[in-house]
Design a binder for this molecule. Structure first.
Ligand SMILES: *[C@@H]1O[C@H](CO)[C@@H](O)[C@H](O)[C@H]1NC(C)=O
Ligand SMILES: *[C@@H]1O[C@H](CO)[C@@H](O)[C@H](O)[C@H]1NC(C)=O
Ligand SMILES: *[C@@H]1O[C@H](CO)[C@@H](O)[C@H](O)[C@H]1NC(C)=O
Ligand SMILES: *[C@@H]1O[C@H](CO)[C@@H](O)[C@H](O)[C@H]1NC(C)=O
Ligand SMILES: *[C@@H]1O[C@H](CO)[C@@H](O)[C@H](O)[C@H]1NC(C)=O
Ligand SMILES: *[C@@H]1O[C@H](CO)[C@@H](O)[C@H](O)[C@H]1NC(C)=O
Ligand SMILES: *[C@@H]1O[C@H](CO)[C@@H](O)[C@H](O)[C@H]1NC(C)=O
Length: 633
């Protein structure tokens, strides 16, 4: 208890600073005091006046759901800073590196002292210190260090920005309990990016940079083996998640040991509990611990909030009276969205881009003169109404409307400026991370398109093509997720007769659409490679710009980028019904700088799974692997 007392005295003057240092308190609502946690008033609560009150007041009337293990209703042992021991329950994570800073994350929950049966006091903050070094032994003096508070108010999460770092450098970091520095978190590994002016061939110390790209990880659908494979069996430097990092639904994962806790998500407690459970997956925890992540949305894709979200609703909730009552929880969409966003910002090492704009997560990373990585929000930021199942005919009738935007005016303008600025500063590649399939994708059977993808917002897509062509912007590579299947296309205007599907001439770049980490194939849950290929064959024949389609494997892809070449490798998981690292490379694509299309022959002329255009004329598809394959769950 001595350390507690000392810390209390030391902390008195700077408690607000210690609270503010933890970005989880104020983000994502930094300039909206009515929505953010006011750290000044939290400080008051943590200080002596409140302490006295805590010691004399019976806590049993407190029904706040965040206060669920409130010190047995007796405040007598309340302290100002918890010193009974800390549990780093979810290891560590890092994200959104810039050239001289990176976000570091952990979760520090108080535990009862050994031998005590009392629940830890949840009415006081936990104090956590951090140190970051340029070597894995953590020797020498740290490049940055500091302390910050966390508490039940932010679900014991802690997100700090380490600053003053060297560009293009690897770092290792660790957290500790301020009251007992011997109690430490696991060591995390991360890095910074090259400064924007670094010549392309010097970025990453002159070695190619590798990004691992993911989407659609549903807990109940399977084990997150893809993250483990990327972290342990590829040379990935940075992890990119394009959305549907988690799902609001429950579903049945009992047969594979993946039962989701709680109900369909609506309140802050629901969203926190689900993120907590997802992060217990060992492959996911390992990948967060060892690499920086760059993610889009909370809602970032739809399922971080709710299915098929748009700016004022989703398929089962919206801000009308009937929309509120329709959802299981009775929560209206806006309440749900705010709860989802707050929990996401607590649990994810993501930056808040603009303090005034809580929903803005679109942002750009300039990685030397090698590339710009523009991350878009094509889901929740000012998106016009999407296909909500019950309104499909309506959306179909407006899909060509000029004024209809997927991105919102502000984001659209920013995106065009970002592409132009990238070209102007002579970055070689423009990589665009976003949620949904960009290229026209006509279903060969029904002749229909997915109105929840860019096909439902055609004029917005046309404006992007206009901007690329009007400004001669080259080397654009669009990444997409959401569809649960693999789609690789030359980037070409729909129905453009000046595009040649054989040579690729007339294209503006390429699109790599990746399959899901676990969510079931849209071709059919657990569909076999052979059956999926029948469907892929139809899609590839129907759509000129579509060069590869694959619908059986769950997995991810990597992009290895240097100034001359971009190499995309697609990985399939052999079995996601249990935790393992069994995988295979199913296809590989090269894009040469300046060519603005997939290199011919596409995929080197052969793939291990799925259908490439060149295979359409052969009577048999590429041989399926002999390995036994369980694609979905
Ligand atoms: C609260 O705990 C203190 C110290 O452990 C004890 O003396 C006191 O009787 C308890 N009060 C109640 C109402 O249980
Ligand atoms: C620490 O947290 C982990 C994960 O929630 C849990 O399994 C473990 O029992 C906790 N340890 C203690 C001492 O509370
Ligand atoms: C993947 O990495 C794990 C852990 O390092 C290793 O045991 C396994 O052999 C690797 N698998 C392949 C196919 O390289
Ligand atoms: C809101 O949701 C209800 C229930 O799904 C639906 O009937 C209603 O049309 C929706 N309203 C809007 C404006 O989307
Ligand atoms: C591109 O150029 C066309 C024709 O000159 C013009 O109509 C259009 O507004 C331009 N669009 C963009 C996005 O620059
Ligand atoms: C392209 O042509 C197909 C077939 O005629 C049509 O269904 C589709 O709507 C067209 N796409 C656009 C963007 O006009
Ligand atoms: C592309 O990357 C894959 C996976 O690392 C590798 O097997 C292949 O040789 C690379 N291709 C080229 C042309 O560099």
């Amino acid at each position: 208890m001595l350390s507690t007392l000392v810390l209390f005295l030391a902390v008195g003057a700077q408690a607000t600073q210690l609270l503010d240092r933890n970005l989880a308190y104020r983000s994502p609502f930094i300039n909206a005091p009515h929505l953010s946690l006011n750290t000044k008033s939290l400080e008051k609560r943590f200080q002596s006046a409140a302490l006295v009150r805590r010691q004399t007041q019976d806590a049993s009337p407190f029904k706040d759901e965040h206060y669920f293990t409130f010190f047995g209703g007796n405040f007598s042992n309340a302290q100002v800073v918890w010193s009974g021991g800390v549990n780093f329950t979810h290891r560590v994570a890092s994200g959104d590196p810039l050239d001289t800073s990176v976000l570091l994350w952990t979760r520090a929950q108080g535990v009862s002292p050994a031998g005590s049966t009392a629940l830890p006091d949840q009415s006081v903050p936990v104090c956590v210190s951090f140190k970051i070094f340029n070597n894995p032994e953590l020797s020498g003096s740290p490049a940055d260090s500091g302390s910050a508070f966390t508490s039940y108010d932010v679900d014991w999460t802690l997100k700090v920005e380490a600053t003053g770092l060297q560009p293009d450098t690897k770092y290792w970091f660790q957290f500790a309990d301020c009251t007992n520095p011997a109690s430490v978190s696991p060591i995390g590994a991360t890095r910074t990016f090259a400064s924007s002016t670094t010549p392309a061939d010097e970025v990453n110390g002159g070695k190619p940079m590798t990004f691992a790209v993911f989407s659609c990880s549903q807990f109940q659908a399977g084990w997150f083996n893809a993250y483990g494979v990327a972290a342990q069996n590829t040379s990935a430097d940075v992890f990119i998640h394009l959305g549907d990092y988690m799902y609001e639904t429950t579903g049945n994962g009992a047969n594979i040991g993946r039962v989701t806790l709680g109900r369909e998500l609506a309140t802050i407690k629901d969203y926190r509990q689900r993120l907590n459970q997802y992060r217990t997956d060992a492959s996911l925890a390992f990948a967060h611990q060892h690499h920086p992540w760059i993610t889009v949305w909370v809602s970032l894709d739809d399922h971080e909030v709710a299915n098929n979200a748009w700016k004022a609703g989703s398929s089962d909730s919206n801000d009308t009276e009937i929309g509120c009552s329709f959802s299981d929880s009775g929560a209206c969409f806006t309440d749900r969205k705010l709860a989802a966003i707050r929990a996401y910002h607590e649990w994810m090492p993501i930056r808040q881009v603009i303090a005034d704009d809580k929903l803005r997560i679109w942002r750009n990373f300039q990685i030397g003169k090698l590339l710009d990585l523009a991350m878009l929000d094509t889901r929740n930021y000012d998106r016009d109404i999407t296909d909500l199942d019950y309104n499909r005919a309506l959306v179909n009738s407006v899909k060509d409307d000029e004024g209809r935007s997927l991105m919102g005016v502000e984001q659209e303008t920013w995106f065009y400026d970002t592409l132009s600025e990238s070209q102007k500063r002579e970055a070689v590649w423009r990589i665009v991370g976003q949620q949904i399939v960009f290229s026209q994708l006509i279903n060969p059977k029904q002749g229909s398109v997915d109105l929840d993808a860019w096909d439902g917002y055609r004029k917005n897509r046309a404006r992007i093509f206009d901007h690329l062509s009007n400004n001669s912007i080259s080397n654009t590579v669009i990444l997409s997720g959401d569809s649960h299947d693999n789609w690789v296309s030359d980037l070409a205007r729909p129905n453009d007769t000046s595009y040649d599907e054989v040579t690729g001439n007339g294209a503006f770049g390429v699109e790599f659409g990746g399959t899901a980490v676990t969510s079931p194939s849209s071709f059919g849950t657990n569909i076999s490679p052979a059956d999926a290929d029948v469907i892929s064959r139809g899609f590839v024949a129907q759509n000129p710009e579509l060069q590869w389609s694959e619908g059986s494997f769950r997995g991810f892809f990597t992009l290895t980028v240097d100034p001359g070449t971009l190499n995309a490798t697609f990985y399939g998981m052999k079995d996601i019904t249990n935790p393992n690292l069994d995988h295979l490379e199913i296809a590989n694509f090269i894009v040469k700088a300046g060519e603005n299309k997939l290199s011919r022959p596409v995929a080197g002329g052969a793939v291990t799974a799925g259908i490439i255009k060149a295979a359409l004329n052969s009577s048999t598809s590429a041989p399926a692997t002999s390995a036994s394959v369980t694609a979905g769950a």
